[in-house]
Design a binder for this molecule. Structure first.
Ligand SMILES: C[S@@+](CC[C@H](N)C(=O)[O-])C[C@H]1O[C@@H](n2cnc3c(N)ncnc32)[C@H](O)[C@@H]1O
Length: 250
């Protein structure tokens, strides 16, 4: 029985797809890929006669109808989404429609861009005793954000934060982070197109990151990171401490 396979494409670099994702892509009869963000080089993994659709120019109804017709014709359909589909991936509405049509699907995760970005910088979000939580959020745009999830309210925790979909309004993000409680000397970074060949990493603090973003002309496909995890202070983990005894090391 053929199916729809949701596959996380990873953050950009075509080698950052999972082995299963690669296999599904190479076996697919139909691929619907998110053309605004997925690296088109990933389509090189497809069969020569694979039908390829760019969802950037399609609406939900069109996407579902390609899926439905494909599966009914006994074809394997891959829905290739950027990073991992569980983060700002609009997968819920697709799944709901597939359920209504009794179309089977499965999901293969991908490397989200916030993980591609931390790898690009060689940083840990959860530095012992500095920060043990990561907040993933965005500022409202055309998509609203519930008021109880304001940037200010999250900033009050002063933990590690990764802000998606908001670099075009960096000044406003910074203002709200500071209003919420981060001191202006808190380390901040902006990563543009993490893991792509034209990746850019800008490092600074809340007082100068906006200027750096404007100077570099970054308006989209970037993440804002903020928090002390980017700073100089760190403590070693207990896990590799020679005096720390645990189950695997007596
Ligand atoms: C619609 S969201 C999709 C996120 C995706 N599902 C993920 O897991 O990364 C698009 C936003 O993700 C971020 N993004 C996606 N790919 C990126 C990359 N390679 N580098 C930096 N930011 C990226 C940007 O904030 C962009 O505006």
């Amino acid at each position: 029985m053929s199916k729809v396979h949701f596959v996380g494409a990873g953050p950009g670099d075509k080698e950052l797809i999972t082995l299963r994702g690669y296999r599904l892509l190479s076996e697919a009869d139909i691929v619907i890929y998110a053309g605004s963000l997925v690296n088109p080089e990933l389509l090189e993994y497809c069969k020569e006669d694979c039908e390829i659709y760019n969802s950037a120019v399609m609406d939900l109804e069109e996407i579902i109808s390609v899926m439905e017709e494909g599966v009914k014709a006994g074809k394997e359909v891959v829905r290739l989404q950027t990073g991992d589909f569980s983060i700002y991936g609009s997968i819920r509405e697709q799944v709901e429609e597939l359920n209504k049509c009794n179309i089977e699907f499965d999901c293969t995760p991908g490397v989200s861009s916030f993980l591609g970005a931390s790898s690009a910088m060689g940083v840990e979000y959860t530095v012992p005793e500095v920060s043990q939580s990561v907040i993933i959020t965005r500022m409202e745009g055309r998509t609203p954000v519930p008021s109880r999830e304001s940037i200010e309210s999250f900033a009050a925790h002063q933990t590690s934060m990764v802000i998606f979909l908001s670099v075009q309004e960096i000044e406003k993000v910074v203002e709200r982070l500071v209003e919420g409680g981060y001191p202006t000397d808190t380390p901040a970074a902006v990563i543009y197109k993490a893991t792509w060949p034209d990746e850019k990493v800008l490092k600074g603090t809340l007082s100068d990151i906006s200027k750096k973003v404007r100077e570099n002309g970054i308006k989209k496909t970037a993440l804002i990171m903020v928090g002390k995890f980017l700073g100089e202070e760190y403590y070693n983990s207990k896990l590799y401490d020679k005096d720390f005894v645990h189950e695997y090391r007596g």
